[in-house]
Design a protein around this ligand. Structure first.
Ligand code: PGA
Length: 251
């Protein structure tokens, strides 16, 4: 059966010292929480990754927030999937809506990133989600279906099975306006159905699909109780260890 995951996306927050402290606090809280019903992932900025790895134990995995769309070479400022692998980073977030909208990352670029992540043994946390106008015009199924198809459906079933999907409606990210459990479940069920049509019921049933967008310690329980919601990708609420742990223990 599929795994539940709660992943904290720190985005561009925390100095190195603050990030190490947050990772230590999360690690202590996870250890103290005993048996969990989910895997825990934290995604600090690139600079923090190796230091955060050193202060987290086996119950907290580390993720990058991005990787380059090229394998290596003259790409100033980029960090490759191979570099992440060499630093023993197991996960990478790909296609976050902030990357899509502020940095012009297209489906084609994201498909290349997914390939490079998989070639280098990283598990992609692949983000999809519609904008407010697309929600309001009722096009959200089309948008989400296209994003997953264009970004991931060139993969073999074996490779696809290594990916985690994060449904993050753009209108819910950082806005305090979370999707209702009903709205989120509707899209998660659609995503799983779309995966089943391409790769079959078994792969679809084993795919972890996270919800993201103003998920916090107050609404996580209701969201995670939905049959097709397998955890969360958490932004703001992952920056405070106590809040993050309350989300982790919401299953
Ligand atoms: P948020 O961000 O929880 O602050 O809305 C979620 C995300 O962007 O992954």
């Amino acid at each position: 059966m599929r795994k539940n995951i709660v992943a904290g996306n720190w985005k561009m927050n925390k100095s190195l010292a603050e990030g190490i402290q947050l990772a230590k606090d999360v690690n202590v809280a996870v250890e103290a929480a005993g048996a969990l019903k989910c895997d825990v992932v934290v995604a600090p900025p690139f600079l923090h990754l190796t230091e955060v790895s050193k202060v987290t134990g086996p119950k907290v995995s580390v993720s990058a927030q991005n990787c380059a769309a090229e394998a290596s070479g003259a790409y100033t400022g980029e960090v490759s999937a191979a570099m992440l692998q060499s630093a023993n980073i197991p996960y990478v977030i790909i296609g976050h809506s902030e990357r899509r909208s502020y940095y012009g990352e297209t489906d084609a670029i994201l498909a290349k990133k997914a390939d490079l992540a998989l070639i280098n043994g990283l598990k992609p946390i692949f983000c999809i989600g519609e904008e407010l106008s697309q929600r309001d015009s009722g096009k959200y199924f089309d948008v989400v279906g296209q994003q997953i198809e264009n970004g991931l459906f060139h993969l073999s079933a074996n490779d696809f099975a290594k990916a985690v999907i994060a449904y993050e409606p753009v209108w819910a990210i950082g806005t305090g306006r979370t999707a209702t459990a009903g709205q989120a479940q509707e899209v998660h069920a659609f995503i799983r159905k779309t995966i089943a049509a391409k790769y079959g019921e078994e792969v679809a049933g084993n795919t972890t699909i996270l919800y993201g967008g103003s998920c916090n310690e107050n609404n996580a329980r209701e969201l995670f109780a939905c049959p097709d919601i397998d955890g969360g990708l958490i932004g703001g609420a992952s920056l405070v260890a106590d809040k993050f742990i309350r989300i982790v223990t919401s299953f």
